[in-house]
Design a protein. Structure first.
Length: 94
């Protein structure tokens, strides 16, 4: 059952990679990369249980946090052009 789940995750990651490469906007690409990161977390957990190493869950959780923070940082950079900007009022000068 875990092997079928692993194959399904790899297929869905390949489809998300196609969306990341072909996405019409930057937001579509970022969402696809976030999707790939989330599926990677699940894949690490599944492979950990498949190999009898449930301690991989710690690695999966750490990767999930890095994926979340990275996605927020990339979206903020796309929106404001700077990671130090606080809000739209700061950027617009109002």
């Amino acid at each position: 059952m875990f092997a079928v789940t692993t194959v399904a995750l790899l297929v869905s990651m390949a489809l998300a990679m196609c969306r990341a490469l072909l996405g019409p906007t930057a937001y579509d690409r970022v969402l696809a990369l976030n999707n790939i990161g989330t599926k990677t977390v699940v894949l690490i957990a599944v492979l950990g249980f498949l190999n009898g190493r449930p301690d991989f869950l710690d690695l999966a959780l750490a990767y999930a946090l890095i994926n979340f923070i990275g996605t927020i940082a990339v979206l903020k950079y796309i929106e404001y052009g700077d990671l130090g900007a606080g809000s739209r009022k700061d950027v617009a000068g109002g």
